[in-house]
Write a protein that binds this ligand. Sequence first.
Ligand code: 13P
Length: 288
Amino acid sequence: MLVNAADMLKKAEAGKYALGAFNTNNLEWTLAVFQAAEEAKSPLIIQCTAGAAKWMGGFKVCADMVKAAAEAMELTVPVALHLDHGTFEDCHACIEAGFTSVMYDGSHEETFDLNLKRTEEIVKLAHSKGISVEAEVGGIGGTEDGVTSNGELADPEQCRQIAELGVDFLACGIGNIHGVYPEDWAGLSFERLGEIKALTGDLPLVLHGGSGIPVEQIQKAISLGVSKINVNTDLQLAFAAATRAYIEAGKDQQGKGFDPRKILKPGRDAIVARTKELMEEFGSVNKA
Ligand code: 13P
């Protein structure tokens, strides 16, 4: 059975470790991330953007697939299914479809007041159904699913106001960006992270764009209150590299090497291995 993400993140915040929130793209991704969590005995947040859900056939297909896979694998670790960067409408659709957690990303709304108002509405609706809520203050830089934001340092006072709405965890820009980090990236702003934490108390904070941040910076961010780290690109690169190696070695042209299960297996195995490494870095191994 899937659970919401509130309790697992409260425990992570108190225990000074973080949970990876890994984006899924399809069945192979889902099974691989589940296998990693089970082997590492780590609680897990598996998440999905609206774009990835569309690829899979919609939010309902995604939710049913994730639930059925968790049951079939008889998972013993707690797993939450979370909507990543949802619009107001996406949140409603996912609450209907059976997600156990949603992110309402109001950072793209015209005004901060509108972000506040809509976050409050989603919190009310989601909590009435036992679903956890992530909100966002300050856009995260880079491009994800065609959505580009300018990447800013979130305003600590706005973070405080959103926190007071009773959200379960909060994404705030601290210099992080989605996708591959450029050579000249300035790094995370620990100063801003500290200022935000000082005003939001024990609310678990979320670091988006978790792929490619040096591990020392990741661990410092965790020590300062980051409890959820979003990872998408990193696993995509691992999958692509393993698939490329298989094809470039000509293995798809040997025997039945063209069988899609054979073609997808190296990528799937690479996701399992990389997810376990990340769980180690984030400190969530054996925390289930
Ligand atoms: P990356 O693709 O950079 O890992 O970011 C993932 C993310 O933040 C999802 O919200």
